[in-house]
Design a protein around this ligand. Structure first.
Ligand code: LLP
Length: 391
């Protein structure tokens, strides 16, 4: 018996491979959709977390919109079946071509991050005789207490328009017939595990929204971005993010009028737990102090531990007797750098060359951030649904 209650077929697949659990994705989407309906929240899926086709198909079927950060992501969203009126575009450095493409595709909104970007959008839109629907991404200067590389909402970060610049920006927009301001956008970081951060964000958003209302402007879209965390430590017990608590927090924390809608852009919390990276132990190596397990997957397949020192739960594919004595291993990949480490002091049953390990919670920012470094081939992708491997 293995982790997923499947027969031995998983052991025979060529490693390393990504294995997506579509049953878990279905359950996650149902929970997210139910909570979104309860609190009247508009969900956009952040394609950057994973744009794998079967996953996108299910997300589209749920009725969620798409949050894209590049021209090719918009193209992918359209090709996959998201309707253009549910597609948003974010990004601190949109190229002229990407802006032109987004306008031609008539997407719902471009989230803008600077006065200069607004000037470029206004020029391109006016040359096309179009009116660009825009939201202002505002940097609310709220710390998100997540990893420094994925913190985006403090004044030292490159993202968003500073609150102090709003007056000038608003005046510019009001003078531009080719710009139609429809919303405010915030995204202060990803994998935010201290939920009080969202309370602090709501407080800032309320102040900013009030400022706009005092200028006589009531914007229909209040987009609160992504950031909802998943449980990397115990993905089995907490396989679905707490959408209800998150949406309730936003609904209760925001002081907005009935004509203002709450939007969110969720990536990790939708797809994070349904992906697993499955890898074989190539070698076991003992040094004076450390016992290494050297896998056939590395930072080329999953860069998160190397880049953000991220923890991913690792366990054997085959379920063995729980009472076996556990050993402490440092689990590493085959790449020629020491950052290629999945985890230190990982407690596993006695493991040998040829055993297969599963690295959990790899559905978000895993496959999409993989590379061909060392000329390695991309991992194969497998899916399971209804407790069966889809081949
Ligand atoms: N909206 C915006 C504007 C974003 O920049 C992001 C993610 C999201 C939404 C989705 O956030 P989520 O729901 O996934 O937290 N590669 C890093 C994560 C980078 C997140 C970038 N922005 C990682 O592996 O942790």
């Amino acid at each position: 018996m293995n982790l997923y209650g499947l027969t031995n077929e998983l052991v025979t697949l060529p490693t390393p491979y990504y294995l997506y659990d579509l049953d878990l994705l279905n359950q996650t989407l149902l929970v997210a959709k139910t909570a979104a309906k309860k609190y009247n929240i508009h969900v956009h899926y952040a394609l950057k977390a994973n744009h794998n086709d079967p996953l996108l198909k299910k997300i589209i079927a749920t009725g969620f919109g798409a949050d894209c950060v590049s021209g090719p992501e918009i193209e992918k969203a359209l090709e996959s079946g998201f309707s253009n009126d549910k597609i948003l575009m974010a990004g601190v450095g949109k190229s002229d071509q990407e802006i032109a493409y987004a306008l031609d595709a008539n997407i719902a909104c471009l989230n803008c991050e600077s006065l200069e970007e607004l000037q470029v959008i206004a020029t391109i839109a006016s040359s096309k005789k179009l009116i660009a629907p825009i939201a202002l991404r505002i940097n609310p200067d709220v710390a998100s207490f997540t990893h420094q590389y994925i913190t985006t909402g403090t004044e030292d970060d490159k993202f968003g328009i500073a609150i102090n610049d709003l007056q000038v920006v608003l005046k510019y927009i009001q003078e531009q017939p080719s710009l139609n301001l429809i919303g405010l956008h915030f995204h202060i970081g990803s994998q935010i595990s201290d939920n009080s951060v969202f309370d602090a964000l709501c407080e800032q958003v309320n102040k900013i929204n009030k400022w706009f209302i005092n200028q006589g402007i009531q914007l229909p879209i209040i987009n609160m971005g992504g950031g909802l965390s998943i449980d990397y430590l115990d993905p089995v017990k907490n396989s679905i993010a707490n959408f209800d608590a998150h949406f309730s927090r936003l609904r209760n924390g925001l002081q907005i009028s009935e004509i203002q809608q709450i939007h969110v852009e969720l990536g990790r919390s939708i797809v994070g737990q349904c992906g697993n990276l499955v890898s074989k132990i190539l070698y076991k190596k003992k040094t004076a102090k450390i016992e290494f397990l050297i896998l056939d997957a590395g930072m080329t397949e999953l860069i998160r531990p190397a880049l953000y020192q991220a923890f991913h739960h690792i366990e054997p594919l085959e379920i063995t007797d729980d009472k076996l004595p556990l050993h402490n291993y440092t689990v590493v990949g085959p790449i020629c750098e020491s950052s290629d480490t999945f985890g230190k002091d990982i407690s596993l049953p006695l493991s040998e060359r040829g055993d297969i390990l599963v690295i959990r919670s790899a559905g978000a920012y895993g496959e999409v951030m993989s590379s061909n470094y060392n000329l390695r081939k991309k991992a194969t992708i497998f899916y399971m649904e209804n407790k069966k491997l889809l081949l």
